[in-house]
Structure formats: structure tokens, C-alpha cells
Design a protein around this ligand. Structure first.
Ligand code: PMP
Length: 357
């Protein structure tokens, strides 16, 4: 009885392999400081788990609004930004209207369109991983596109698309979702446009700044737009513990978050410089908390050699344009050192084994 639409779906893939060093999901590598964890435990003890949480997340919204420099009425909260991607895919225009997605990118935009049976217009990025404007504009007009998704910076390529190209596409009457999951590592944003315009919204998340386990995503939009999308929200989508923990961390843990972000950016630059020293490795520039790289070897083989040495990264070679590419998340200094060591050994091993065959 299930629809073919659902049977044909490809499930969202995550890396489940066990490893000493996990650099595969773009999480913050640092756990919260003990003092902050103690404060969280105290607050959690007071939570009446037999009660429903505040459906409007009032207190958390106040704190988030302050954190993002907007008003609480500009926000819609989701169970991760993944949930907000679903809402937007349902909310914008008729479901017959096509969704434009420059690829390769984060898979949820495609998955949510597929669930709804919405037509997709996938246009490959150019060689520099920027939007191919000419092909995009042509495809847009031919296919009746009304909604578009941009990961900004893009996952897994790590770069920022050209702002002007995003605006050119928007000029064709296309609703623009700018997914800024990695904003804290790029500091580039469409926030101002989202607050001024009815055709642009921004997505942010707490997942990449230390709270992936909470599942709190944030949509930022003009009040009128936020109010409409908020009507679609599944009641109580942000659990009581998540509301309490996010509030505590964003009030008392700001210094921790800021310094963790600084460390990741520093480590990203160090890691890029170190990786560039390997002759076999092509490293792509990154404005996020991960780095995409290519080697002459089959990505599956390199992935498995790294895993044998205790380091888990993500194989990206199944995506268009990403032949022989892997993505490594920036970890703690010592984790990055272990990755570099494992990379050196794996490259050496693969070079030797190719020579002997
Ligand atoms: N957007 C992008 C571009 C991402 O890379 C990710 C996570 N990998 C998400 C959204 C999902 O974020 P969340 O944990 O808030 O659902």
C-alpha cells in the first residue's frame, strides 16, 4: 500500500563505523565544559517530564533571538534544520512547482522534494564548485522552478557560492532558502535580506556549534513569513530537555562556543596547510568546519585505509563532480594530528600497493 514515491526514496546515509577518531559528521569536536554540564544537570532535574513543554518555545526563542541578533518573531524552530527543510519544501508554492538544487550538496533538499514528489532541477556546480549560472537560468525557465536551496557554505565542497549568482536566480521569482548551517565558520550571511524580503529565508542550527545531540534548528525570516511557517510546526517539536539545555548553553556557555569556533577555524587553516604538503592530495578551500580533498586513489580504498588506522572520514565520491573525493571534519588538535599521520601512512601504503600490482 505504500506509495512508489516512498519506496523509491534513498535513505539519508550516515557513517556508523566505529573509530577512535570520528571526523565524519561536521560536529564540534569539543564537549561542553564540566561546569556547564553541572548547570545543565541542575536545570534538567527541575524539568517536569510528565508535562508537555512550552509549545511556542518562548524562553528559548528569546535567547536565540539575542544570540542571532533578531526578534523572537523572526524565528521558527525545528527539530534540527532538517525538519525546517521539510516544512519549506511543503510550504513554498504548489507541489507541482520545481525545486532548484545546485549539486553536489547536502542531500536533505533532494530527499524532502522526493518525499513530496516535487519535481527537482539539479544543476551541477562549475569547476570551482560555484553555481553554473548559465545552465541554471536555462534549466529554471524550462522547468518552472519556484523554490531553491543553497548551502552557504556548501556541504561537502566547503566554499561559498557567489552571492550575485544567488540573487540573479532569485530575480526570476524563485523563493530562496539560504542554509547557513556553517555560518559560524564563515561569518558570511544573507540574514539582512531574509529580514527585509518575503522571498528569502535563512536556516541556522545549533548542531555545528556543540549541540548536535539536541536537535535544534532555526529558520530566520520576516515576521509575516515566520508566522505562516510556524503554523505548520508539529506541536511540541522541540523537547522539554532540548529547550532547557539550549537556553542554558546559549546564556552561560557563550564564551565556550566562541572560543571553540576560533579553535576550529585555526585548526582548519593548519590542517589545510599540512594537507597541502602531501604531493598526492588536492585540497579544496573551506569556509566551514570540514575540508574536501581528492587523491589519485579510489576514495573507498583510502577511506578504508584511514579507518584501519582508527580515523573515520566521509567518502564523497558517489556525488557528481566528486570523483576520488573525501571529506574530513576539523577535529581537536590531537585528532587532526592522528588524521594527518593516518593519511600519510595510507597514501604511502596505496602508492606501494599500486606499484606492486
Ligand atoms: N544543512 C547543512 C548544509 C548540513 O550540512 C547539515 C548537517 N550535516 C544540516 C543542514 C542539518 O542540520 P541539523 O542538525 O540542524 O538538522
Amino acid at each position: 500500500m505504500l506509495s512508489d514515491r516512498i519506496k523509491k526514496l534513498k535513505a539519508y546515509k550516515t557513517e556508523k563505523s566505529k573509530a577512535k577518531v570520528r571526523l565524519s559528521s561536521n560536529e564540534l569536536p569539543y564537549d561542553l565544559p564540566t561546569e556547564l554540564k553541572e548547570k545543565i544537570s541542575e536545570e534538567i532535574k527541575k524539568v517536569p517530564l510528565n508535562r508537555y513543554p512550552d509549545p511556542s518555545c518562548g524562553e528559548l526563542k528569546e535567547v536565540l533571538a539575542d544570540f542571532f541578533g533578531v526578534k523572537p518573531d523572526n524565528l521558527v524552530l525545528g527539530n534540527g534544520s532538517d525538519e525546517l527543510i521539510y516544512y519549506l519544501s511543503i510550504a513554498v508554492g504548489d507541489l507541482e512547482g520545481a525545486v532548484y538544487i545546485p549539486v553536489p550538496t547536502f542531500p536533505m533538499y533532494e530527499i524532502s522534494a522526493d518525499i513530496l514528489g516535487r519535481p527537482k532541477v539539479l544543476v551541477e556546480l562549475d569547476e570551482g564548485f560555484d553555481i553554473d549560472l548559465e545552465n541554471s537560468l536555462r534549466a529554471l525557465e524550462e522547468n518552472g522552478v519556484i523554490l531553491s536551496y543553497y548551502a552557504y557554505p556548501n556541504n561537502p565542497t566547503g566554499n561559498l557560492f557567489s552571492r550575485e549568482k544567488i540573487r540573479e536566480i532569485r530575480k526570476k521569482g524563485v523563493f530562496t532558502v539560504v542554509d547557513e548551517a556553517y555560518y559560524h565558520y564563515s561569518k558570511e550571511s544573507f540574514l539582512k535580506e531574509a529580514l527585509e524580503r518575503e522571498d528569502t529565508v535563512v536556516l541556522r542550527t545549533l548542531s555545528k556549534i556543540g549541540l548536535a545531540g539536541l536537535r535544534v534548528g532555526v529558520l530566520i525570516a520576516k515576521e509575516e513569513i515566520a508566522r505562516e511557517i510556524d503554523k505548520m510546526r508539529i506541536p511540541f517539536n522541540i523537547t522539554y530537555p532540548s529547550q532547557v539545555i539550549a537556553r542554558v548553553v546559549l546564556t552561560e556557555g557563550r564564551e565556550f562556543i566562541e572560543s571553540a569556533i576560533r579553535s576550529v577555524v585555526e585548526e582548519r587553516e593548519r590542517l589545510i596547510a599540512e594537507m597541502e604538503r602531501f604531493e598526492e592530495v588536492e585540497v579544496f578551500p573551506s569556509r566551514a568546519n570540514f575540508i574536501l580533498f581528492r587523491t589519485p586513489f579510489e576514495a573507498k580504498k583510502l577511506h578504508s585505509e584511514l579507518l584501519k588506522r582508527g580515523v573515520l572520514v566521509r567518502d564523497m565520491s558517489y556525488l557528481p563532480r566528486l570523483d576520488r573525493c573525501l571529506r574530513v571534519s576539523v577535529g581537536k588538535r590531537e585528532e587532526n594530528d592522528l588524521f594527518l599521520e593516518a593519511l600519510e601512512e595510507s597514501l604511502h601504503f596505496l602508492t606501494m600497493s599500486e606499484k606492486s600490482t
